[in-house]
Design a protein around this ligand. Structure first.
Ligand code: IMP
Ligand code: MG
Length: 225
C-alpha cells in the first residue's frame, strides 16, 4: 500500500517516484546522469503491438522503438563528427521521413538548417524511371553541404533523382542518410553515407512509412507477415 502510494507523492519532485520505484523493484539503474542517477526508459510492455493490421494486410514487428532510437542516435553522432566545423543543410523527403528527421535532429549538435521537400511524379518515363521533381525547396543550395534524410531506399531511383537535382543547384556536397535500405532491391548504384538498418525485400510500415497512406503513426517498424 505504502509503496503503491509513493509514485503519487513524489510525482512532481524530479520524478523521484520513478527512481524509487525502479530501485525498489531492483531494476538496473546505472549512475551516470546529471543527478547521479540514470533513468532507464519507461517499461515498454504494451507500448507497441507485436502484430498490426492495416486494411487487408497483417504486419509483424521488425525493428523495435529502442533499436530504432539507439541506431538513430549513433547515426547522429557520426554526422556530428564528419561535419565538424561545417553548417550542413538537412533535407527531409516527405512524407515518409518525418519521424526519422525529428528524431535524428535531436542528436545533431552542429549549427544546421532543416528543410523538407516533396517529390512530384510525372508520367514521362526515362531510362532511370519516372521523373520526380523536388518541390518546396526554397533554400539556395549553392556551396552548401547537404544531407538528404530518407526513410527507405528500395530501387534507389528516387534518391538518385533527388541527389542529381541537388547537385544541379550547386551544392558543395550531397550525402544521404537513410533509415532503411533494401540492398537486394537496388537497381542503380547509389552512394549512401549513413544507413540505419539493412533489411530484406519485405514491405515495411510504421515510423513514418505507410501502406496505402496508413500506418505511419507507430514508434516501431513492421514487416508484412
Ligand atoms: P525507390 O525509388 O524504389 O528507392 O523507393 C523509395 C520510396 O518508395 C521510399 O521513399 C518510400 O516512399 C517507398 N517505399 C519503398 N519501399 C517501401 C516499403 O517497404 N514500405 C513503404 N514504402 C516504401
Ligand atoms: Mg520516401
Amino acid at each position: 500500500m505504502y509503496i503503491k502510494n509513493l509514485p503519487v507523492i513524489f510525482r512532481h519532485s524530479h520524478d523521484l517516484s520513478y527512481i524509487i520505484r525502479v530501485n525498489l523493484f531492483g531494476n538496473h539503474c546505472p549512475a551516470n546522469n546529471r543527478n547521479g542517477l540514470s533513468l532507464p526508459r519507461k517499461p515498454t510492455p504494451g507500448r507497441h503491438r507485436l502484430i498490426m493490421k492495416i486494411k487487408d494486410k497483417s504486419f509483424k514487428i521488425l525493428i523495435t522503438e529502442d533499436k530504432l532510437q539507439d541506431r538513430i542516435a549513433t547515426l547522429g553522432k557520426s554526422i556530428n563528427q564528419d561535419y565538424k566545423g561545417k553548417e550542413p543543410l538537412f533535407i527531409g523527403i516527405l512524407n515518409g521521413s518525418f519521424m526519422f528527421v525529428a528524431d535524428i535532429m535531436k542528436s545533431i549538435t552542429l549549427p544546421s538548417e532543416i528543410s523538407f521537400v516533396k517529390l512530384a511524379s510525372y508520367k514521362e518515363m526515362t531510362s532511370s524511371g519516372t521523373v520526380k521533381e523536388l518541390i518546396g525547396l526554397n533554400e539556395n543550395l549553392f556551396g552548401r553541404h547537404v544531407i538528404v534524410l530518407e526513410d527507405i531506399i528500395d530501387s534507389g531511383l528516387t534518391i538518385t533523382s533527388v541527389m542529381e537535382q541537388i547537385k544541379e543547384r550547386g551544392a558543395a556536397s550531397v550525402a544521404v542518410a537513410t533509415l532503411l535500405l533494401k540492398p537486394e532491391a537496388l537497381k542503380v548504384e547509389v552512394e549512401i553515407k549513413y544507413t540505419g538498418f539493412e533489411i530484406g525485400n519485405e514491405f515495411v510500415v510504421g515510423y513514418g512509412l505507410d501502406y496505402d497512406g496508413l500506418g505511419r503513426n507507430t514508434t516501431a517498424i513492421y514487416q508484412l507477415k
